[in-house]
Design a protein around this ligand. Structure first.
Ligand code: 5RP
Length: 218
C-alpha cells in the first residue's frame, strides 16, 4: 500500500463512527480529503458538517454537504482530523496545513476526537515535525525571539496566510518531553494565536492506516 492508500483506508474506516442525523466535525488535510469524499457517500444520512478550514468547506460544499457555522451548533459528537505526528498517549502535532487554530476550536467543541492517519505519523516523541505556531503578523519577530528562548529554531512559513489572516512560524528542534506544558507555555506568548500541540485535548481514538489495512486504537 502507498502512504496515500493508507490514509484512504483510515479515512473510510472513520465512517463507522458517524451516527445518523448528526453534524460532523471535519478537519483539514489530504487524509481528511479522503474522509470528505467517503462522507459524501452517506451524505443523505447526516445533517451536515462543521469545517475547520476554507479548503475543507469548499470540498464539502462541492459534494453537496451543508456546512454549518460552529456558532449555530450546540453539539458535535465527533471531530475527524489528521495529524502530522501522534504518540501512544494520543498527543499530536498538527498544523502542517496551517489550519491549526480552527482545528483546535472545532476539536474543543466535539465530544470525541478521532484521528485518522497513516502509520508514518505514529511516533515515540513529538518534535521531528516542526511545530506550527499561528501568530498575529505584527508580533512575528517578537514571538520568534521568545520561541528561541524556549529552545526552538523558528522558521517563517513564507507565502502562507492562514484562514484567520495570520502567519505561521514552524519551530524546529524543540525538546517536547512535556507536550501539555509546552502547549501552555507557547500559548502564553503575547501575539501567539495558538500552537499545533494538541496535548491538553488529544485524540480519543486513532484510526491508523497501515500495510494490513486500518486499525482502531483507543
Ligand atoms: C492541517 C493538519 C493536518 O491534519 C495534518 O497536517 C496532516 O495532514 P495530512 O492528512 O495531509 O497528512 O493539521 O492543519
Amino acid at each position: 500500500m502507498t502512504q496515500d492508500e493508507m490514509k484512504k483506508a483510515a479515512a473510510i474506516k472513520a465512517l463507522e463512527f458517524i451516527e445518523n442525523d448528526t453534524i460532523v466535525g471535519v478537519g483539514t488535510g489530504s487524509t481528511v480529503n479522503h474522509f470528505i469524499d467517503a462522507l459524501a457517500t452517506i451524505k443523505d444520512k447526516i445533517t451536515g458538517a462543521v469545517s475547520s478550514s476554507e479548503e475543507s468547506s469548499k470540498r464539502l460544499i462541492a459534494h453537496g454537504i451543508e456546512v454549518f457555522d460552529l456558532n449555530n451548533v450546540d453539539v458535535l459528537d465527533v471531530y475527524i482530523d489528521g495529524a502530522d505526528e501522534i504518540t501512544k498517549h494520543m498527543s499530536m502535532i498538527k498544523g502542517g496545513g496551517a489550519a491549526l487554530t480552527r482545528e483546535k476550536i472545532v476539536a474543543a467543541v466535539a465530544k470525541k476526537f478521532i484521528c485518522i492517519a497513516d502509520s508514518s505519523k505514529q511516533v515515540e516523541l513529538l518534535g521531528d515535525f516542526p511545530l506550527p505556531v499561528e501568530v498575529i503578523p505584527m508580533a512575528r519577530s517578537y514571538v520568534a525571539r521568545e520561541l528561541v528562548k524556549l529552545g526552538g529554531d523558528p522558521e517563517y512559513r513564507q507565502g502562507v496566510i492562514t484562514d484567520n489572516g495570520n502567519v505561521i512560524l514552524d519551530v524546529h528542534n524543540l525538546n517536547i518531553l512535556d507536550p501539555k506544558q509546552l502547549e501552555t507555555d507557547i500559548n502564553a506568548i503575547v501575539g501567539v494565536v495558538t500552537n499545533g500541540l494538541f496535548a491538553q485535548r488529544g485524540a480519543d481514538v486513532l484510526i491508523l492506516g497501515s500495510e494490513s489495512g486500518s486499525q482502531v486504537i483507543k
